[in-house]
Design a protein. Structure first.
Length: 401
């Protein structure tokens, strides 16, 4: 039974008050802007403890089954709590891959043993997850993954490497797509999907320095690493179907995520504030009609993204093309953030050259850092080019060639 309006309003006030009272103080060091930028131990432990606190308060995993550690409540309540986290700009949930991809996948396709083993640890951040999809030579061509998982009795032996493994340094588990049948004539039929432990012999995680100067991405090497056959999720050779289900969760095309936000996205209201402070020919930049026009366009676009998200939940409004909004939200949202940050830099003029750590940088250089980081969202989960292809083929019905 869904809560009535009076109950929802009361819950909204409760959540708002809890986050206002419990939001963590400034830790005194630079916090990452998303789970893809968690590079230091102090950042990780701060965010892990925050996620645990939110979970213990009952505001994370609210709609996941109670028997596995969730709240067993209405998704509507979780949506309210998540929106309040975003509105108050509290720190994000660091175990994003577990909460949004691995967890929903396990709940939908995992065995009873896997649900009991993994779900609660995902929610309370005791068990951090990373993703083993992309490879150095096969980034967007996921179906051509070459990391081998060769069967050996009741084990699989892993050899190869994965790249861009965000949180890999801190992860306890990985969702892994690997090739178990080298003789398969169809490349998709030779793949299998695993839930693997990271802290075993033969797995080595090497941090990658990013454009921002920070660490967060990693390359993960596998050298005769042995995992149990119980790590397999789905059927051996059925990994492609499991991977596609995972990507549907990652891109937000399918619901079932635990809640919470995964990044500190910029808002157009912050750019308006910047335009009031920035100068153009001795006057506030916001007085320039060209800049005002651009700001209005960005305001309209931000509002349309929010309205489309609400529209997607009303089936009659999307009956003509079901899933079209969900399938395009990742592309639209990530590209919007990139352009918003780029415009914010343009308002700073020559001062845009200052970066984090420079005393002359506007607002501690956060816009420069946010602009560089915005590119990762246009690549992870399928590049913008791949997303355009998916929308063209699956929503508009265009031919592949």
């Amino acid at each position: 039974m869904s809560p009535d309006k009076q109950d929802l309003d009361a819950f909204r006030r409760e959540v708002r008050a809890w986050f206002e009272k419990n939001r963590p103080a400034d830790p005194g060091f630079l916090l990452p802007q998303s789970f893809m930028e968690v590079g230091t131990d102090e950042q990780f432990y701060f965010l892990r403890d925050w996620q645990r606190k939110v979970y213990d308060a009952g505001y994370l995993g609210m709609a996941w089954p109670k028997e596995y550690g969730g709240g067993g409540k209405s998704q509507t309540l979780q949506d309210i709590a998540t929106r309040e986290m975003v509105r108050q700009k509290v720190p994000f949930m660091t175990n994003t891959i577990g909460l949004n991809w691995a967890g929903p996948l396990i709940l939908n396709m995992g065995s009873e043993d896997q649900k009991n083993a993994y779900i609660k640890g995902i929610l309370n951040a005791e068990d951090i997850w990373c993703q083993g999809f992309s490879e150095p030579d096969n980034g967007s061509d996921l179906g051509n993954a070459q990391l081998r998982a060769e069967p050996d009795g009741k084990e699989f032996v892993l050899n190869g490497s994965k790249i861009w493994t965000s949180l890999g340094k801190h992860a306890k588990y990985m969702i892994l797509l690997a090739r178990t049948n080298l003789a398969a004539t169809n490349k998709y039929e030779g793949l299998s999907f695993f839930l693997i432990p990271m802290k075993i012999a033969g797995i080595d995680v090497v941090p990658i320095r990013k454009l921002t100067g920070e660490f967060g991405f990693n390359q993960t090497f596998f050298a005769d690493a042995r995992i149990s056959e119980s790590c397999l999720i789905g059927q051996e050779g059925g990994g492609w179907q499991v991977a596609m289900a995972t990507l549907a969760f990652e891109r937000g095309a399918v619901g079932g995520q635990a809640g919470g936000h995964s990044m500190m996205s910029k808002e157009v209201s912050e750019v308006v504030r910047l335009a009031r402070a920035a100068q153009r020919n001795g006057h506030p930049a916001i007085e320039d009609p060209v800049i005002r026009d651009r700001l209005v366009q960005l305001i309209m676009e931000e509002r349309s993204l929010a309205l489309n998200s609400a529209r997607a939940r009303i089936k009659p409004l999307v009956a003509e093309r079901p899933g079209s909004i969900d399938m395009s939200s990742k592309l639209a949202g990530s590209e919007y953030q990139r352009r918003l940050n780029q415009f914010a830099l343009s308002l700073q003029g020559a001062n845009a050259a200052y970066y984090v750590g420079d005393k002359n940088a506007y607002e501690r250089g956060q816009w420069q850092r946010s602009y560089f980081n915005s590119f990762s969202a246009t690549i992870g989960g399928g590049t913008s080019e791949i997303q355009h292809n998916i929308i063209g083929e699956r929503v508009l019905g265009l031919p592949k060639s």
